[in-house]
Design a protein around this ligand. Structure first.
Ligand SMILES: NC(=O)c1ccc[n+]([C@@H]2O[C@H](COP(=O)([O-])OP(=O)(O)OC[C@H]3O[C@@H](n4cnc5c(N)ncnc54)[C@H](O)[C@@H]3O)[C@@H](O)[C@H]2O)c1
Length: 263
């Protein structure tokens, strides 16, 4: 299926690593122009190099998305460099602590909510006037199945992502009449470098044998008996961002090997 993403301007937040970086290269391979946002300029430079190596066009949109002023400046600069943003992917996130809620640091909690929820809301606020004026746009918010079914030791992160899901549905109702689709793609466990790093830490902490037992237990929670790969997420996001998915809005699509089946 030709997704007709060629020539589209795509802004991806948190694209300096992991899934955001993978999506940047994926969209560029389809001929889209990529605005690469991240708070980490080194990550942005790395992604731009990868996009260029794939024959694509990329723009440095480094910014901290927790600040609305920064976001407005970054989006204005992106639009004068690449043209109006057709597709916004709110992917940036932060998971600072894996601990029981009562043991979490309130400041770390506030930062997670600022990046995940306010970052998504700020970027949406800044791109929407242009999308509405042009009568077209796609916003894809990356959540997590932890927000759909709950996850112990991730209460702050799940709360922020749950907010993103509710925001998506309400916004979809407001902007549908302007031909703007707003959806959530919700990954289950996915082998990004971030997850692989966490797994490595856990293997060291638990020792090989206990870690293997834990892995087997985790795998049994996935009916397809596999952990997701980054391409599983990129492929789904590209479909939702295309006009092949024009009738889909306000939805939460899990990409999770069957981990959670939410009606
Ligand atoms: N990997 C998984 O198993 C998994 C599972 C479910 C959901 N997700 C979600 O998928 C998305 C990508 O995850 P990943 O594994 O690639 O993680 P990652 O940590 O590699 O990517 C997140 C990026 O966001 C950036 N970022 C953080 N704060 C920012 C800020 N203030 N402004 C701009 N950028 C900022 C980080 O620098 C980082 O590059 C996230 O939304 C994550 O919550 C991941």
């Amino acid at each position: 299926m030709d997704l007709k993403l060629g020539g589209k301007t795509v802004l991806i937040t948190g694209a300096g690593s992991g899934m955001g970086q993978h999506m940047a290269v994926g969209f560029a391979s389809e001929g889209a122009k990529i605005a690469v946002n991240d708070i980490d300029p080194k990550g942005v430079a790395e992604t731009i190099a990868q996009v260029k190596a794939a024959g694509g066009q990329a723009y440095d949109a480094t910014a901290d998305i927790t600040d609305l002023g920064n976001v407005k400046d970054m989006i204005a600069a992106t639009e004068s460099a690449l043209g109006g943003i057709d597709i916004l992917i709110n992917n940036a996130a932060l998971l600072t602590e894996h601990t029981l809620y009562l043991e979490t640091d309130p400041e770390a909690c506030a930062r997670e909510i600022a990046v995940i929820l306010f970052g998504t809301m700020h970027c949406s606020r800044a791109v929407l006037p242009g999308m509405i004026e042009r009568g077209a746009g796609k916003i894809i918010n990356i959540a997590t199945d932890a927000a759909r079914v709950g996850q112990e030791r991730e209460a702050n992160y799940s709360a922020a992502k749950g907010g993103v899901i509710s925001f998506t549905k309400s916004l979809a109702k407001e902007v549908g009449r302007h031909n703007v689709n707003v959806n959530v793609v919700s990954p289950g466990a996915t082998n990004s470098p971030m997850r692989i790093g966490l797994q490595e830490e856990m293997r060291k902490k638990l020792g090989d044998e206990r870690w293997k037992e834990r892995e087997q237990k985790v795998m049994r929670m996935y009916p397809l008996r596999r952990i997701g790969e980054m391409e599983d997420i990129t492929n789904t996001v590209m479909f939702i961002a295309s006009d092949a998915a024009r009738q889909i809005t306000g939805q939460v699509l899990s990409v999770n090997g069957g981990f959670a089946m939410v009606g």
